[in-house]
Design a protein around this ligand. Structure first.
Ligand code: PLP
Length: 465
């Protein structure tokens, strides 16, 4: 089989068909059937299930193709025009293109804003920002983990064990959501910020279903003399599509992952006002990272191009409509949704009124091809056994799910919770006993078959792999 891209590398006088069979040109099926089997198994798992993890998505075939390209071979430490390696003229062009697309997607003026498209993922992006803007032990205030914040915004246990590197190298002083309303408690944040005088305040979260009041965050940051960073990792796709408030007019720095609602490959980006650019670039490389992952960067370029299309805007509108439909359908069945609804792509479901914990629902759902994750809900005291689950709509919306399909998803979740209650009644509340009681239950097999049959009615993006 002639590989046309391969052939294009040679002019006619040099091309030899036998090059196609050269050792490094054998197809994956031939070289590693074991990995092929696992790829197929994972693809089938993804296609035959309901993916409700709010941070996951199904990226496109075009993104996958760029991800598997020859850019993976290239080292390019440094930045366009200033590299520590030779042979970087094409990578330079790629990185500039990706930067341009990133700024343009979010409507940013290149005179005012810069973007670094090299972070390996969201966590390294955040750490690079702290490295650039802070000194060790400077104070950071981010939304606490049990309130829906991310580990990289700082986390230590009730006994003071510093878990996240952010809390090891800096003093992290979390703010919280209001234990009754579930909304960010801006008044309390202001009080605390004026008391602690942090260098950096972070907005954005991993499990918060509402939009942010960035104007208020800016006001608080200014009063406290702090810089303001937004980590929009979860919802950057919605911001790009104009479905959520843009943090850019209010923030000094904005970070994001690229593989969640933005639907690209697994990477990170840091946007910053030009005055911080040199420090942030230095912190990414050589501060925290080595050579950028150029194939991922190429794939990010593709995802950014896709994100500029009207289809992507329609997709993000549907992501939100689906999240509202899911929340509404659960509420119609008598369940409790934190904050009473959602503005974005996720729904935080409080299971405490049912007498259930999130880990049991997660375990049972795993058995019936529904993937979701347990999550703390406001007022939770036990971090190991949180009282809720987080549900997200980006992945299934990428398979073409609409509101009526999420009605059916809610019905499956309702049946799962009712089964959980029945099994817990037999097993008692201990998780280990509950897990044992899940084994060999015919009701689970029946529900799994129904979920699978339903899921397989929808297409999967991404091509054969
Ligand atoms: N920031 C937020 C808000 C996140 O939710 C996540 C991941 O879930 C990250 C950062 C870290 O991203 P990564 O897992 O790519 O390091």
């Amino acid at each position: 089989m002639v590989n046309s891209v391969y052939r294009e590398c040679y002019d006619d006088s040099h091309y030899r068909p036998e090059f196609e069979g050269f050792i490094g040109n054998r197809p994956l099926e031939e070289v590693d059937p074991e990995v092929v089997t696992l790829i197929r198994a994972e693809k089938q798992r993804q296609a035959g299930g309901l993916e409700l993890i709010a941070s996951e998505n199904f990226t496109s075939r075009a993104v996958m193709e760029a991800l598997g390209s020859c850019f993976t071979n290239k080292y390019s430490e440094g930045y366009p025009g200033k590299r520590y390696y030779g042979g970087t003229e094409v990578v330079d062009e790629l990185e500039r293109l990706v930067q341009q697309r990133a700024l343009s997607l979010f409507g940013l003026d290149p005179q005012e804003w810069a973007v670094n498209v090299q972070p390996y993922s969201g966590s390294p992006a955040n750490f690079a920002v702290y490295t650039a803007l802070l000194k060790p032990h400077d104070r950071i205030m981010g939304l606490g983990l049990p309130s829906g914040g991310h580990l990289t915004h700082g986390f230590y246990t009730a006994k003071g064990k510093r878990i996240s590197a952010t809390s090891i190298y800096f003093e992290s002083l979390p703010y919280q959501v209001h234990p009754q309303t579930g909304y960010v408690d801006y008044d309390r944040l202001e009080e605390l910020a004026l008391l602690y005088r942090p260098r950096l305040i972070i907005c954005g979260a991993s499990a918060y279903a509402r939009d942010w009041d960035y104007a208020r965050m800016r006001e608080i940051a200014d009063k406290a003399g702090a810089m303001l960073m937004c980590d929009m990792a979860h919802y950057s796709g919605l911001v790009a599509a104009g479905e959520l408030t843009s943090p850019f007019p209010f923030c000094d720095v904005v970070t994001t992952t690229t593989h969640k609602s933005l639907r690209g490959p697994r990477q990170g980006m840091i946007f910053c006002r030009r005055q911080y650019e040199a420090d942030i670039n230095e912190a990414v490389f050589p501060g925290c990272q080595g050579g950028p992952h150029n194939a991922t960067m190429a794939a990010l370029g593709v995802a950014l191009k896709e994100a500029m299309t009207p289809e992507f805007r329609a997709y993000q509108q549907q992501v939100r409509a689906n999240a509202k439909a899911l929340a509404g359908a659960l509420q119609a069945r008598g369940y409790t949704i934190v904050t009473g609804g959602t503005d974005n792509h996720l729904v935080l479901w409080d299971l405490r009124p049912e007498g259930l914990t999130g880990n049991k629902v997660q375990k049972l759902c795993d058995q019936i091809n529904i993937t979701l994750n347990m999550n703390a809900v406001p007022g939770d005291t036990n971090a190991l056994s949180p009282g809720g689950v987080r549900l997200g709509t980006p992945a299934l919306t990428s398979r073409g799910f609409r509101e009526k399909d999420f009605e059916q998803v809610a019905e499956f979740l309702h049946q799962a919770v009712q089964l959980c209650l029945k099994i817990q009644k037999d097993s008692g509340k201990k998780l280990a006993d509950f897990e044992r009681a899940l084994e060999g239950r015919p009701e689970l097999a029946t529900l799994r078959d129904q979920v699978r049959a339903f899921a397989l009615r929808f297409p999967m993006p991404g091509g054969p792999r």
